[in-house]
Every structure is written in C-alpha cells, then in structure tokens.
Design a protein around this ligand. Structure first.
Ligand code: SF4
Ligand code: SF4
Length: 188
C-alpha cells in the first residue's frame, strides 16, 4: 500500500513495502541522494541552518558541484546484517533525520517495486496519485535547482563559502522562488 502525506513541497510518499524492502534492510539508503541547492535552502528555511553547519564541520555533508553530498559510512542495518556502505544517517531503525532535514528525494522517492506493490498496475488510486505527485515534485525541484544554480553562479562568481551568511542567503532565495503550476496539485 502507498500512502501520501500531502504538504506542498514537503509531501511524503510512503510504502508499506519499505518495511520488507526487497533490496535488504538498508533499502535505497545504500545510495543517498545529494542535498541539492533547493534541498539546502529548504532545510535552512525550516530552521536547519546551524544543523547544516554542524554536519559540514563533522564531515557528514561534503561540498559538491550540485550542493552537498551525504557521506556514506560502513555499518550494519540490523545486528544480523553484514556491514555495508550506506548513508551516514541510516540507523538500526531506518533514517535518523526528520523529514525537514532530509533531501526532498528521500521524502518522495519510491522505487518501481513499491509502485507495483501499491497496485499501480491495477489502477489503485493511492499508487496513481503517488506517481503524479512524484512527477510534479521532481519537475518542481529540478526547475528550482536550475534557477538556483544560475543565481549562485551570478552572485558568487568566485565560488561559495559554506558559512552562515551563504546558507541564510540560500534559504531566503528558496522561499522567494516561484512555485510552478503543477505544484498546485500538491498545495498544502
Ligand atoms: S522505496 Fe523501494 S528500495 Fe526504497 S526502501 Fe522502499 S521498497 Fe526499498
Ligand atoms: S537521509 Fe535518511 S532517508 Fe535519505 S538516504 Fe539517508 S538514511 Fe535514507
């Protein structure tokens, strides 16, 4: 079964299959997405500026061309599991971050197995709505990242400094970004 928690750009898609993930106990957290520019700005806008600075200082978030990549660490998803490389924020009971601190992809991504399990091929309403929400959110965030990339290149031609001033600026820009028409279906 697939469940949507509609909350605009913070919308979450959840699948009951994740509790018994066919990929193993670590699920898709073996390959964490990056915090793209829009994710970083969103985290700041939700009060996470100092958390980002702390994670940068600890080396859990690493500057990259698209924003910040998440460090992978070796660990066990459960006492019986082998040690494997996975997202540094993945703990014994899944993600240790609140939805406000995760990349948006972590909140709205579902794999194809989850859509099959959710009944998409049978036309289940929840799965079809989740597919539409996924497409709308991907489109929204990709557009924002393109716009922010251009804005950052113009405003910081010598590169960004990962400090409080830059993060506050980015958080402010994300709040000001226009929302596309498709996001209206996710308004919340
Ligand atoms: S979305 Fe798919 S791969 Fe990721 S945890 Fe759920 S079932 Fe596993
Ligand atoms: S931030 Fe959380 S949900 Fe995202 S990959 Fe890491 S552990 Fe998984």
């Amino acid at each position: 079964m697939i469940r949507l928690e509609i909350a605009g750009i913070h919308t979450q898609l959840c699948s009951t299959l994740c509790a018994q993930c066919p990929q193993g106990a670590t699920g898709c957290c073996k390959s964490p997405p990056e915090h793209d520019w829009s994710d970083i700005g969103r985290v700041v806008a939700l009060g996470g500026r100092d958390w980002l600075l702390d994670q940068l200082a600890q080396g859990n978030l690493l500057p990259s061309a698209r924003g910040l990549s998440i460090r992978r660490a070796r660990g066990r998803a459960s006492p019986a599991s082998p040690r494997q490389s996975k997202c540094v924020y993945h703990g014994p009971r899944g993600c240790t971050l609140t939805t406000a601190r995760r990349p948006a992809t972590c909140n709205y991504f579902l794999c194809e197995d989850a859509y099959v399990d959710g009944g998409e091929r049978r036309g289940a309403d929840g799965a079809l709505a989740a597919r539409r929400a996924h497409a709308a959110l991907m489109e929204q965030y990709e557009r924002w990242d393109r716009e922010l990339f251009a804005l950052i290149a113009a405003s910081f031609p010598e590169g960004v400094r990962w400090d409080a001033a830059f993060l506050d600026w980015l958080g402010g820009e994300v709040v000001r970004l226009p929302r596309g028409p498709r996001s209206a279906i996710l308004s919340g």
